[in-house]
Write a protein that binds this ligand. Structure first.
Ligand SMILES: Cc1cc2nc3c(=O)[nH]c(=O)nc-3n(C[C@H](O)[C@H](O)[C@H](O)COP(=O)(O)OP(=O)(O)OC[C@H]3O[C@@H](n4cnc5c(N)ncnc54)[C@H](O)[C@@H]3O)c2cc1C
Length: 375
C-alpha cells in the first residue's frame, strides 16, 4: 500500500489525510507548529461562500458537493470520537444583496433554495434585528459548523488509525526525487531546527497561506497570498439571533450555545497576524448596527487568521507541473471550511487514480490563473 506525506495540518490537510487513510494508504502528516491552529481554527465556519452567486462554477461545484456531505461527516465524526462539531442548520438571512435578481437566477440554475422576503417577514424571523431591512434573501440550506471542534474531532479520529502518524513542529523546506519514484521531504524540526528527511511514494502540500513560499523551493509558482481576517466573539444567550445574518459583507454567526461570532476583515498585511483596535471598533460598529442588544453582551475573544488567498478564490488541486508524485491542495481563500470535504475527496481521487467527483480541470495547478483577481 502506498505511503503518502501530507504537509500542513489545517482542515485541508486533515481531511485529505482522512480520505487517504480510509482508502488504506499509510499517511504521515508534517506540521510546522501544532495541528489545526491556523486559518481553519480562525474561520467562521459558514458552510457556504458569502454571496455565492458571485463565485464561478468551479467554486459552486465543490461547495455543493460538500454541503450535501457535511451532515454525514459531522455525524460520523461524532460516532467515531464523541466530539460534536455542532453543525447548526440555521439558514442565512442576507439583508442587502445589491443584485438580488442575479442571486435568484443563480439559485434556480444551481437548484438552491433561495427566497426574497419582505422586511416584515425578516423582522419576524429575527425580532432583535435593529437593521430594519426593506427586504432580503433567505437561504435556508446554509448552516455553520463549529470549526475548532470539527478540527478536534478530525484529529481524534485520525489518531485512532494505525495507518496515521504525525510530526508536529516540523517545517517542510524542500522536496527531492528519490530512488524508485519515491520523494524525499526535507524538514526542520523543533526549536533547534534539526534537519530531518522523510520519504514517501507521494506528497500532498496542504500548507494554506504558506504554499507559495514552500513551492518556490522547487521552482513552481502557485500564487497564494496570506489575507488576514479578524473576528470577535460575543458571549450571548441562545436565541438573541437565530440565523446567520449577512449585511455589507459583515456577518453574525449564531453558535448552538448562543455565542455569536462577528466577522470579518480582509487585510493584505503579509504574514502579520496581530489583531488591531481599529478592526475591533469596525466589527463592533457593524454588529451593533445589526443587533443593538449586542451592546449589552460581553466580547470574550478577538482573533485573526491568514486565509490562503487565490485568484478567483479557486483552489489549486492536483499534480504540480514537472512532478510525478508531488501534489497540491491549497488556496481555498474565504471558503476553505465549506470546500474542504469536496476538495479532499477530489485530491484523494486524483492521488489514487479513482473516478473523480467533479471535473478537475479548473483546479489544475498547471493552468496559469495569476492574472485573475483575488475573490
Ligand atoms: C477570519 C476568517 C473567517 C473565515 N470564515 C470562513 C467561513 O465562514 N467559511 C469558510 O468556508 N471558510 C472560512 N474561512 C477560510 C478558511 O478558514 C480557510 O480557507 C481554510 O481554513 C484554509 O485551510 P488550510 O488547511 O488550507 O489552511 P490552514 O488552516 O492555515 O492550515 C495550513 C497548515 O499548514 C501548516 N504549514 C504551512 N507551511 C508549512 C510547512 N512548510 N511545513 C509544515 N506545515 C506547514 C500551517 O502551520 C497550518 O497549520 C475563514 C478564514 C478566516 C481567517
Amino acid at each position: 500500500m502506498s505511503e503518502v506525506i501530507i504537509v500542513g495540518g489545517g482542515i485541508i490537510g486533515l481531511l485529505t489525510a482522512r480520505e487517504l487513510v480510509q482508502s488504506g494508504a499509510q499517511v504521515r502528516l508534517l506540521e510546522q507548529s501544532t495541528l489545526g491552529q491556523e486559518a481553519s481554527w480562525a474561520g467562521g465556519g459558514i458552510v457556504s461562500p458569502l454571496y455565492p452567486w458571485t463565485y464561478s462554477d468551479p467554486v459552486t461545484a465543490l461547495a455543493s458537493w460538500a454541503q450535501d456531505y457535511y451532515p454525514e461527516l459531522v455525524s460520523r465524526l461524532y460516532q467515531e470520537t464523541g466530539i460534536n462539531a455542532e453543525l447548526n442548520a440555521c439558514g442565512l438571512l442576507m439583508l442587502d444583496a445589491p443584485d438580488e435578481d442575479d442571486a435568484l437566477r443563480w439559485a434556480e440554475t444551481h437548484n438552491k433554495s433561495m427566497q426574497r422576503y419582505p422586511g416584515a417577514d425578516i423582522q419576524a424571523m429575527e425580532p432583535n434585528l435593529t437593521a430594519h431591512p426593506q427586504q432580503g434573501l433567505w437561504m435556508p440550506y446554509v448552516g455553520n459548523v463549529r470549526n475548532p471542534r470539527l478540527l478536534k474531532a478530525l484529529i481524534a479520529s485520525l489518531q485512532q488509525s494505525p495507518l496515521f502518524s504525525v510530526e508536529t513542529h516540523s517545517r517542510v523546506v524542500g522536496f527531492e526525487p528519490s530512488r524508485g519514484e519515491r520523494l524525499q521531504v526535507q524538514a526542520k524540526q523543533g526549536k533547534s531546527a534539526k534537519q530531518v528527511v522523510f520519504e514517501a511514494d507521494r506528497v500532498v502540500v496542504c500548507s494554506g497561506a504558506w504554499t507559495r513560499q514552500l513551492l518556490e523551493s522547487v521552482g513552481v509558482e502557485i500564487p497564494v497570498v496570506p489575507v488576514r481576517g479578524q473576528m470577535l466573539l460575543f458571549e450571548a444567550r441562545p436565541g438573541l439571533i437565530n440565523h446567520i445574518i449577512l449585511r455589507q459583507g459583515k456577518y453574525l454567526i449564531p453558535r448552538l450555545d448562543g455565542h455569536i461570532v462577528v466577522g470579518s476583515t480582509l487585510e493584505h498585511t503579509g504574514f502579520e497576524k496581530a489583531t488591531t483596535a481599529d478592526a475591533k471598533a469596525m466589527l463592533l460598529q457593524h454588529a451593533y448596527s445589526m443587533v443593538s442588544a449586542l451592546k449589552e453582551v460581553p466580547v470574550v475573544a478577538h482573533w485573526s487568521g491568514l486565509r490562503p488567498g487565490s485568484p478567483a478564490g479557486i483552489p489549486y488541486i492536483g499534480l504540480l507541473p514537472g512532478w510525478r508524485n508531488l501534489y497540491v491542495n491549497a488556496g481555498h481563500f474565504r471558503n476553505g471550511l465549506v470546500l474542504a470535504p469536496a476538495s479532499a475527496r477530489l485530491m484523494a481521487d486524483i492521488v489514487l487514480g479513482r473516478d473523480l467527483i467533479v471535473d478537475p480541470t479548473p483546479y489544475d495547478p498547471a493552468v496559469d490563473r495569476s492574472s485573475e483577481p483575488m475573490h
